[in-house]
Write a protein that binds this ligand. Structure first.
Ligand code: HEC
Ligand code: HEC
Length: 286
């Protein structure tokens, strides 16, 4: 009998402690929530701040995201009202400050007002943006896998080739106009003047095409994987990874064209292109 009472007491103690821990946790929880709630943009809707944000954007972000933030050389559209990394002021603030690790989106060490002005500018755009109608995603996947054989060179979610970049998150990281250009004119970037600017900023374009000429005159063209003073690595068109010492080569030619074939209207109709774009746009990754 007294043993049972002892057990009851222990039970009560456990319960009391549990309640204490719980109230501590919930207290802390509402505290963090409150802190997050206070992270509101003080400049929302203020024309002067929006204008300032716009000029900051043009100098610091436009190269990747495009002059109107609709997507550019390497960054996605920021006016589509689709935010892969969170749509609150708070999360956008964090994305701009910390960047997106593992992607080309860099971290920025701005004073908070500067970041808030940028966000005020971006908000002013998404309010006006309209979502453009794309084609049929399911038909697009079929084109990707079969008709256009994109998967021969590109991996999506672990399936496909490796000569070109993995496209599992391409919808989140690039804009529709960029994707359209890439399919119709894969080498357009090579002729584009902005590429010079890109190089000056020390940002290499990924998967560049190189041609190596060996001492005995053989030419090997592939996608550059690695290069230093003494050696060069490339993947040839059979997906073989090759390494050469530069002293064994006659010449290393950095081509200004892509290994990706052009898909003109004979190979891919305008409707098929729209379907394919709908599919690519849906690839947001995990
Ligand atoms: C070197 C290219 C580059 C520069 C410069 C750059 N970005 Fe980005 N940005 C990217 C890429 C690429 C992504 C997509 C990341 C991914 O794959 O998820 C991105 C993503 C973002 C996102 C997240 C979008 C979403 O859907 O959640 C925001 C916000 C953003 N950038 C804002 C900015 C701002 C503001 C600047 C200027 C201060 C800037 N970026 C400069 C390349 C860039
Ligand atoms: C013969 C191989 C090959 C085929 C087939 C191919 N690609 Fe590519 N693709 C590449 C290579 C190599 C690159 C990287 C060099 C470059 O950017 O041009 C690339 C780049 C890309 C990029 C740019 C990726 C980025 O991160 O910016 C996209 C998008 C793309 N391809 C989509 C497609 C689609 C869609 C198809 C089918 C219609 C396709 N590719 C067919 C080889 C190929």
């Amino acid at each position: 009998m007294s043993k049972l009472q002892g057990q009851n007491q222990t039970g009560t103690w456990v319960l009391i402690h549990l309640l204490m821990v719980l109230s501590f946790l919930t207290g802390k929880y509402t505290y963090t929530q409150a802190k997050q709630k206070s992270l509101r943009n003080p400049f929302t809707g203020q024309p002067a701040a929006i204008n300032e944000g716009k000029s900051i954007f043009r100098t610091q972000c436009a190269l990747c995201h495009g002059i109107e933030a609709r997507g550019g050389l390497k960054g996605p559209n920021l006016t589509s009202a689709r935010w892969t990394h969170g749509d609150s002021d708070d999360t956008i603030f964090r994305t701009i400050t910390e960047g997106v690790p593992g992607t080309q989106m860099p971290a920025n060490n701005f004073p908070p007002e500067k970041t808030w002005k940028l966000i005020a500018y971006l908000r002013s755009l998404s309010a006006r943006a309209s979502v453009s109608a794309l084609g049929n995603r399911v038909a697009g996947e079929e084109i990707f896998l079969r008709k256009a054989h994109c998967s021969q060179c590109h991996m999506v979610n672990g399936h496909g080739g490796r000569l070109g970049p993995d496209l599992s998150r391409i919808g989140a990281s690039r804009s529709i106009p960029y994707l359209k250009d890439k399919i119709r004119e894969p080498s357009k970037l090579g002729e584009d003047m902005t590429v010079g600017l890109w190089w000056e900023l020390g940002l290499p374009l990924v998967y560049q095409t190189v041609t190596l000429v060996t001492k005995d005159g053989r030419r090997i063209t592939g996608a550059l994987r690695n290069e230093d003073t003494f050696s060069i690595q490339l993947m040839d068109q059979g997906e073989e990874l090759l390494m050469f010492w530069k002293k064994d080569l006659q010449q290393v030619i950095h081509e200004r064209s892509s290994l990706m074939p052009r898909y003109d209207e004979q190979r891919l109709s305008e409707k098929e292109l729209q379907d394919l774009l709908a599919y690519l746009d849906s690839l947001g990754g995990p």
